[in-house]
Design a binder for this molecule. Sequence first.
Ligand SMILES: [Fe+2]
Length: 152
Amino acid sequence: MNPIHPALAPLARAAKERRGLDEELRKALAQPAWLRPEHRVGDPNGYMRHVLYVDPDGDFVITAITWLPEQVSPLHGHHVWCAFGVAEGELTEEQFGADLSPRKTVRYGAGDVAEQSSIHRVSNRSPAPLVSLHLYGVSAERLTTGINRIYG
Ligand SMILES: [Fe+2]
C-alpha cells in the first residue's frame, strides 16, 4: 500500500516514466497542497528528510527536506538520478566541478526547479525555514546510504 497525496500523483507518474519531470516538479512546487504543517518545523540538529512517497517497485522516492536557517548539506554528488526544487523559502546551491573546485552559486526561491548539477552543497542562508522537494532514483531501503557520495 503506497498512498500518495493527489497533488503529487502527476509528479510520481512523471518520475516513473522519466518523462516531463521538470514540468511536473514545477507544478508541484507552484501549488504545494502536499505540504503539511510539520514540514515547516525542522530539526535543530540538522536538515530533516520527510518521505512523501515510495515507488512500490523501488524505482524512486519523493521527499520533502526541511532546512532551518544556516543548515547545510555535506558537499556531495549522487549515485542515482535526482531532481529538486523549492516549495517555501530560499535555497542556496553551491556547484562544484569534478575536481571539487567551486563553479558557481545559485539561489532558488519558492517555485523554482534547480539546475542539474553533479557535485553540490545545498544550504539555507536565509533567516526563514526552507522546504525543498526532492526526487531520487533509489529504493526506500537505500534512502539513507544510496543517494549521496560525500566528499571531504
Ligand atoms: Fe544533492
